[in-house]
Design a protein. Structure first.
Length: 281
């Protein structure tokens, strides 16, 4: 597995969820500044009276907490199919003093719409493309929104990059080959442009914007994120990569070795995410 985000519509083995939760937390630390910029833009697109928010496919709660901070008077319902994710989210909300404004709901969006009531803003970050029937989910979102409410969908345009093309080990392009293997194995699913489906579900107007992590300062925790990501490539794509590439990954992952990714000074957080804000007329 090379996804760095949660699957809202399917249950996972608890061990897999615990592993994914670590990646999600690291992703939140590395790309937090981009998330804040996204939420700031969304905040400017929605009603000043936004008081009830639902986070669909909330994962470990990076988006939930960021939304709670930018909408300080809003109550937020975080929905995910994984109890492991929701337990972690509850702990984070408690640590941040948000327990009185954040509640969790365990629900599989592929089975039915969760009992969240009417909301002013629905948020789905890196999750919409995972549901089996997105058109049905979009209709459900539309029905759950109050008139004048909005839905914000965030998608990852490609897997994030952390390594330069030539790392001085093996053939150049290691990370590119890992991304290609991920696509071939369907471990990374390309999302559609949601505009037409949002409009078909009754949303209008639909605003769209792309954000780039390269616009942010160098993040903390990047080396740990890079190591966790490369570890998932090593374990999830071992039958699709060459022996040479697997050997290079082993050298990068060896904490005590001279080539450990934790010791590199040429890492960079390179990621692009597209955001749609769709309005309930």
């Amino acid at each position: 597995m090379t996804h760095t985000h949660a699957h809202p519509g399917h249950h996972h083995h608890p061990h897999d969820d615990a592993d994914l939760a670590e990646i999600l937390d690291l992703d939140g630390a590395v790309f937090g500044p981009m998330l804040d910029r996204i939420i700031e833009w969304v905040h400017g697109q929605v009603s000043a009276g936004t008081r009830r928010i639902v986070d669909l496919g909330a994962g470990t709660g990076t988006g939930t907490v960021a939304l709670a901070r930018r909408f300080p008077t809003a109550e937020i319902t975080a929905v995910d199919a994984s109890p492991v994710m929701l337990d972690r989210l509850g702990e984070v909300a408690h640590e941040d003093g948000l327990s009185d404004r954040v509640r969790t709901v365990a629900a599989d969006l592929d089975e039915s719409w969760p009992p969240v009531g009417q909301v002013d803003l629905a948020w789905a970050a890196l999750s919409l493309h995972h549901v089996a029937d997105p058109d049905r989910v979009l209709r459900d979102v539309h029905a759950a929104l109050v008139p004048g409410g909005a839905f914000a969908a965030v998608e990852m345009d490609a897997l994030p990059r952390v390594l330069p093309d030539d790392i001085g080990l093996g053939r150049p392009g290691l990370e590119t080959r890992c991304h290609q293997a991920s696509a071939q194995s369907h471990e990374f699913d390309v999302h559609p442009n949601w505009r037409a489906q949002l409009e078909a579900a009754g949303f209008t107007p639909v605003e769209q914007r792309t954000f780039d992590a390269a616009d942010d300062p160098a993040p903390s925790g990047l080396a740990q994120y890079a190591r966790a990501t490369l570890h998932r490539y090593r374990t999830g794509l071992s039958d699709m990569l060459s022996a040479e590439d697997l050997g290079v990954l082993d050298r990068l992952l060896d904490i005590d070795g001279p080539d450990s990714v934790l010791h590199r000074d040429d890492l960079a957080a390179d990621a692009r995410r597209t955001v749609w804000v769709a309005h309930h007329p």
